[in-house]
Design a protein around this ligand. Structure first.
Ligand SMILES: Cc1cc2nc3c(=O)[nH]c(=O)nc-3n(C[C@H](O)[C@H](O)[C@H](O)COP(=O)(O)OP(=O)(O)OC[C@H]3O[C@@H](n4cnc5c(N)ncnc54)[C@H](O)[C@@H]3O)c2cc1C
Ligand code: FES
Ligand code: FES
Length: 1316
């Protein structure tokens, strides 16, 4: 931060310690300051745009008027440090630590198994902590709203929610389970306990109570600062921007006059995004936060006048209070605002964003402006020249200059009138996700009737999401004045609105037809709502509306999951010391929760360390004519620009280059990298690199384009059994179709991260990387630099989520950083921003499935001919393996006697797709379930009957001729049927559907056969190293990487059992390539299986060596034996090795015993859909999984739940959007929606099947990392069932195949042909 003599000292507190910053730069945000300046790395970077909550901290302020201290959570990534003058910041480090005492929130999240990778955990902890500071006994509703701003990609939220629910007093619970019992009352909720079935994953009684007196006090010095009457203007001068903070209105208005183009900055949630993502820079920012007039509240009998500087949370609290005091008819607009204030953004953003900032930003999808606009609100503005009132109307919202604030004017407050008796106001919104997602379309609607009649005297409608600004249906509304509120008026209104609110086919944001449909869906809902209220006032004056229609008026409730997890209890005879089979907390759980767990970017910056920012191609397919980096090189702080010319040896592998050389083959192709003294400098300079392109034909983006141009990677793969050709001759019916399956972004919370530290001697290098495959990273770096692998040590302490996305890509990124390190001689830190990560690294392969199915009228499928095409992107990566997996696993649970499947990888100009949890199975098996459902529909049979009919029943062979026993498949299916009460609930669903026209329910049960492992023998090997020290402590190292899946916890359990010592003796440090060489990627659900065997092997070797000593001194202690061994010169260090399973596939013959074992499962899901908007609610899911003997039921159930929720996202929510030229639009959590807490089934039950033998895996366990993702498809098929019910009732033909993900748009459009 640069220094200016005009700058004031910025004073604030962090965790009780005073911070004086003499060089405060307005462009520096709190997250950066905490992490890089004062080395508090608990708060994490997940997106930088307020959308994920990983950076959550608490801010406390003292209000000198009310003499109260307020505490609120914020997204530190959007808080400019200059806004903190006089504030106290509390970070996760400030509330508890392993060195002092851990806070009850930290304890409960960790012990309740609410952490996996732990990257989201500090943010979660701080959100909950801030809630508890304000409400030590929070309600479930407050908890639900608090969670909305925090994303977790690993856990599926259920364990987090459950552990934190323990703070809620049970009397305030409003969420009842299906039996009408309180969700907090665990004991009562449990199903009838069968002997030896356990449902307790942790002991609540162990939790320490919350003691508010233990919290940090607010610094008295800050109170004195706030009381200071001087109110002088503060100024903070940065490198490019000056921050001016007036203390009085007079100073504010004078400043605004002097700097009319300087924006006012309050929450920074709108300006901040522009500065960050649109590269907007302001020389001057004026902060009016200290001006009292902007925070006043006036309550008169006409209405409320709220200061423009109040936060949206404060507005919500004020409105809640007024609404509770006044009659409903007076508070119509306030109620409408409150409805949206619960779901608008996340809690942190609502705490930061101001009413004034929201209104003045006039974002096209603003949720509040349409309501404030129809509510006839008035803006009280002021300038040096005086005060003025501006109507907050359609003209203001359309940004017409004569209806807007002048450049020197400031919004002081907003008048919000109370409503009249015959006035009705409602608000509507439809967003990709219930909470924390910008609306696709929203609306505010208001109608006023002549007293005691239904004759319209005033009518206004404003829509968001239908253009570049909020738009008004003014013409239509005016023409309807004088009309009666009846069906005729409604029909006319819909016609006119559709005409008036036009949206060109090429409108930005797409979904044109859907958005148009929503405008009239909302109008219809408003019509019904008003009708209902009129009728309540005068029951005889209005004809009845069928109850069947009124259902749709109830919005889906915001709920958080609750459920039961059952598993086999431990054998009571098992020694207490032996932890195997027990639900042990994640080894790093407490450290995750205190922020002490160190991730790649948490390590302090070394002297001379440089930061890297990449320049990527903006063209999908082009020749590079020139690259001019001169301006970038001359930029402040820049040390070098690294290009392909700087690579000493290989530029990448196969067709995947590190840096593009002459040609770019996708948008996002790395061209060069800028190394500078800070990331900000590197990033600024990267924008100055000039590249001239010449486009090259053809441009191939989709699978269809690739088929047209015959653009493929590798040959076609094929599997076949029976005689498909002739089977088609003897079937009753044949069905043909195709289905599209969209890709998926990994969205690991920790973006790709690597640090390279060159050593002084022998070209050695230390690489610290967030990778699933350290050995591959080592190999790539060695190849790139042209040095032997023995000079490169790759270290992986832990990874903040990976899901397949950190298998191959970190190798490339580490090599880019290594070239920079070698060229500059400096350590390099290369952390991808979320947007770059999503752009550059690819994801799950989209798939096009074509099918031809021959079946009998009873539903028996005799023949299937399937073709898969996956979009591999621009390079091979793992695509050929993915298509192999899709083929090998496509049959899922079904025996199709005559089956042919062919698959090809399409080569396109998209970033290269890569490994992703499930690896082809979630795509391939989804296509299978699609055609099985289609057969059922064609035969007019229940889908579960057709599934049962075609399922494997006895010992048989898979399509690749591997023998297996489906006994546990059948058991899972039957148990799931029973646990979910499938048939009675199906009946209830049918009854509901008869009673409801616009809302429909659906239920589906899906079986699963998942084969574990890699079909390559050498891929299943593993090694370990175990040292015993003379004090008895044990150090375990193994070749697996801790990705959050709990592998280290399980390895400690294995070592503990084998060495017969408590887990507290055992330590597991990092994984690195010096300790365990030649490892394979951690993935494919085999990590614990194979590394467990290796650890077991090492421990058994050691025990064998100790055996004679033990038998000589059987009553000795572990320490005695170890010391004796040392004295006898017996080695106390052993390597362990596991050769793996034989798993080679003969593709010529289509045969191979490639999988060590199968994981079976079944899931039943129930949903409700809103046919008018396409929204859906996940009501309940029951999963039964065959985990055999679980080494750690908490970890395994966590994997099942987390994978299921990722699958739920895959099949119903997550949509990657590209331009026709292959430019990815969805580059962060604000555009790409992974499930948030309220997307999880309200009831979510998981049970593990009773253990059976699985001799192939350690202790008869099974790898459960991936399987659950496919079970998310049960939600998809439940939605399809609900859509089918809607279509049937409307007389529409059935749809055989719905594409995935089945978004709200798809659901809405599938429920009708047009309009309603
Ligand atoms: C992650 C995220 C999610 C979001 N989700 C939603 C959502 O679901 N629905 C929704 O409606 N919105 C959403 N938003 C937008 C959010 O509501 C707005 O960004 C916010 O209300 C702006 O307020 P602010 O105080 O942060 O404004 P700032 O960013 O501080 O300022 C915005 C603009 O307002 C001007 N301004 C501010 N105060 C005054 C004043 N008193 N007089 C004159 N001009 C003034 C400034 O000059 C500036 O141009 C989201 C934002 C984020 C970051
Ligand atoms: S990093 Fe701040 S919200 Fe995502
Ligand atoms: S534990 Fe939440 S993102 Fe990994």
């Amino acid at each position: 931060m640069s220094h200016s003599k005009d700058s004031d000292e910025l004073v604030f507190f962090v965790n009780g310690k005073k911070v004086i910053e003499r060089n405060a730069d307005p462009e520096v945000n709190l997250l950066f300051y905490l992490r890089k300046v004062i080395q508090l790395t608990g708060a994490k970077y997940g997106c930088g745009g307020g959308g994920c909550g990983a950076c959550t901290v608490m801010i406390s302020r003292y209000d000198p008027i009310s003499k109260k201290i307020s505490h609120f959570s914020v997204a530190a990534c959007l808080v400019p440090i200059c806004s903190l003058h006089g504030a106290a910041v509390t970070t996760v480090e400030g509330i508890g630590s392993t060195k002092t005492r851990i806070h009850p929130v930290q304890e409960r999240i960790a012990k309740g198994h609410g952490t996996q990778c732990g990257f989201c955990t500090p943010g979660m902890v701080m959100s909950i902590y801030a809630l508890l500071r304000n409400h030590p006994e929070p309600s479930l509703q407050q908890l639900t709203e608090t969670f909305g701003g925090n994303l977790c990609r690993c856990t599926g939220y259920r364990p987090i929610v459950e552990s934190v629910k323990s703070f809620i007093p049970s009397s305030s619970c409003f969420q009842m389970n299906g039996n009408g019992k309180c969700c907090l009352d665990e004991e009562k909720n449990e199903p009838e306990k069968k002997t030896s079935v356990d449902t307790k994953l942790y002991e609540k009684k162990e939790f320490q109570p919350l003691d508010p007196t233990q919290e940090l006090i607010f610094p008295p010095e800050l109170m004195r600062m706030a009381e200071d009457p001087q109110k002088r203007v503060l100024m903070f001068c940065g490198e490019r921007t000056t921050w001016i903070a007036p203390g009085t209105l007079k100073d504010l208005l004078e400043l605004k006059m002097k700097y009319p183009s300087a924006p006012l900055i309050i929450g920074n949630t709108s300006l901040g995004l522009d500065m960050k993502f649109k590269e907007v820079s302001y020389p001057i920012l004026i902060s009016p936060a200290r001006v009292l007039e902007l925070h006043t509240v006036t309550d008169t009998k006409e209405g409320l006048t709220l200061g423009a500087g109040l936060s949206l949370t404060q507005v919500k609290d004020i409105l809640t209070d007024v609404v509770s005091r006044l009659p409903e008819e007076r508070t119509q607009m306030y109620r409408a605002l409150l409805k949206h204030l619960r779901t608008l953004a996340g809690q942190q953003i609502r705490n930061m964003a101001s009413l004034g900032g929201h209104i003045i930003s006039r974002l096209p999808t603003s949720d509040l402006n349409p309501i404030l606009g129809v509510g006839n609100c008035i803006l009280n503005v002021a300038s040096v020249e005086g005060a003025q009132q501006i109507p907050l109307d359609d003209r203001f919202l359309a940004r017409l200059p004569d209806a807007s604030l002048k450049a020197d004017q400031v919004l002081i407050s907003v008048f919000m009138p109370l409503s009249g008796k015959w006035e009705f106001v409602s608000a509507f919104r439809q967003a990709p996700r219930q909470q924390n997602a910008l609306a696709v379309v929203n609306a505010g609607m208001r109608v006023v009737f002549k007293e005691d009649t239904s004759t319209i005297t005033d009518f206004s409608i404003l829509y968001g999401g239908m253009g570049a600004t909020t738009v008004s249906a003014k013409r239509s509304c005016q023409q309807l004045i004088g009309r009666c509120w009846d069906e005729e008026m409604l029909t006319e209104a819909c016609r006119m609105v559709l005409e008036e609110i036009s949206l060109p086919a090429s409108a930005p944001g797409g979904m044109v037809e859907y958005r148009r449909t929503l405008t009239i869906s909302f109008l219809f809902k408003f019509y019904l709502d008003v009708w209902k209220q009129l009728k309540m006032r005068d029951p005889r004056g209005y004809p009845d509306i069928s109850k069947k229609l009124l259902h749709v008026l109830e919005d889906f409730p915001l709920t958080i999951p609750q459920g039961i997890q059952s598993f086999k209890g431990i054998d009571p005879q098992q020694p207490l010391q032996d932890p195997v089979g027990r639900p042990i907390m994640h080894q790093s759980g407490i450290k995750h929760a205190t922020g002490e767990a160190v991730f790649c970017d948490d390590v302090s910056v070394l002297a001379e360390e440089l930061f890297l920012a990449v320049v990527t191609s903006s063209r999908p397919h082009a020749r590079m004519i020139s690259l001019d980096a001169s301006e970038a090189l001359a930029s402040p702080g820049v040390v070098d620009v690294i290009t392909a010319q700087d690579i000493p040896s290989d530029n990448g592998r196969e067709e995947e280059s590190l840096f593009a050389q002459d040609e770019v083959i996708c948008v996002g192709h790395i061209i060069c990298a800028v190394a500078a003294d800070s990331y900000a400098h590197a990033k600024q300079a990267s924008k100055k690199v000039k590249i001239v392109y010449e486009d090259v034909e053809p441009l191939i983006v989709t699978v269809q384009d690739a088929l047209l141009h015959e653009s493929f990677i590798g040959p076609e793969k094929k599997l076949e059994q029976g005689n498909v050709q002739s089977a088609f001759q003897c079937v009753d019916q044949i069905l043909e179709g195709e289905v599209h399956f969209g890709g998926q972004e990994h969205f690991y919370m920790e973006t790709q991260s690597v640090r390279v530290v060159p050593k002084a001697e022998d070209k050695e290098m230390d690489i610290y990387v967030s990778s699933q495959d350290a050995a591959f990273t080592q190999e790539m770096v060695a190849r790139t630099l042209g040095i032997p692998k023995n000079r490169i040590n790759c270290h992986v302490k832990r990874v903040g989520g990976a899901f397949g996305g950190k298998a191959s890509k970190p190798g490339l990124l580490a090599s880019v950083a290594a070239v920079a390190a070698q060229k500059t001689g400096c350590p390099i830190r290369f952390i991808l921003e979320r947007g770059d990560d999503m752009l550059v690294t690819g994801g799950r392969h989209p798939l096009l499935g074509k099918y031809k199915i021959g079946f009998m009228n009873d539903g028996k499928i005799k023949a299937a001919d399937i073709q898969f095409y996956i979009n591999g992107g621009c390079t091979p990566d793992d695509s050929e393996l993915v298509i192999e997996y899709a083929l090998l696993k496509l049959e899922n649970a079904y025996k199709i006697p005559n089956l042919r499947v062919r698959g090809r990888v399409c080569k396109t100009n998209l970033p290269s797709n890569t490994a992703f949890r499930g690896f082809g199975f979630p795509q391939g098996a989804f296509v299978t379930e699609t055609w099985v459902s289609a057969v059922a529909a064609k035969c007019h049979l229940p889908p579960e009957k057709v599934r049962e009919l075609n399922m494997y029943k006895t010992i048989d062979r898979t399509i690749h001729k591997q023998e297996f026993d489906p006994e546990n498949l059948i058991k899972c299916w039957e148990t799931c049927m029973e646990n979910s009460s499938y048939y009675s609930r199906k009946k209830a669903v049918e009854e509901f559907n008869q009673q409801s026209f616009w809302k429909k329910r659906g239920i589906a049960i899906i079986p699963m056969k998942f084969s574990v492992g890699f079909p390559r023998t050498f891929y299943n090997q593993a090694a370990a190293l175990v040292h015993v020290y003379t004090d008895g402590s044990v150090l375990v190292a193994h070749g697996g990487v801790e990705l959050g899946q709990g592998i280290n916890t399980k390895m400690m359990q294995v070592a503990s059992r084998e060495l017969k010592i408590p887990m507290s003796y055992i330590h597991l440090d990092e994984m690195n390539t010096v300790t365990v060489p030649n490892t394979v990627a951690t993935g494919g659900s085999t990590g614990a299986d194979v590394n467990g065997r290796a650890v077991q092997n090492a421990c058994q070797t050691l025990m064998k060596r100790l055996e004679p000593i033990v038998s000589q001194n059987p009553n000795g202690t572990w320490e005695d034996w170890v010391n004796e061994a040392f004295t006898q010169s017996i080695s106390l260090s052993a390597t362990g090795y596991f050769r793996g399973y034989k798993a080679d596939m003969d593709w010529e013959k289509g045969e191979g015993d490639i999988y060590p074992y199968f994981v079976f499962g079944a899931a039943c899901s129930e949903v409700e859909i809103d046919c008018l908007t396409g929204a859906h609610k996940n009501i309940r899911t029951d999963i039964v999984m065959d985990g055999s003997f679980s080494i750690n039921p908490a970890v395994d159930i966590g994997q099942i739940e987390g994978a299921f929720v990722q699958g739920l996202g895959l099949y119903t929510l997550e949509e990657l959007k590209y331009s026709p030229e292959g430019v990815l639009y969805t580059r962060g959590p604000n555009q790409y929606k992974i499930p948030s807490v309220t997307d999880i089934p309200e009831e979510f039950h998981v049970s593990l099947l009773a253990p059976t033998q699985n001799p192939k895996a350690i202790y008869s366990s099974k790898g459960l990392g991936e399987a659950g993702i496919f079970l998310g498809s049960s939600v998809f098929f439940a939605i399809a069932d609900a859509v089918a019910a809607a279509r049937k009732e409307r007389g529409l033909p059935p749809i055989w195949a719905m594409n995935s993900p089945v978004t709200a748009e798809l659901i809405r459009m599938a429920c009708s042909t047009s309009g309603f």
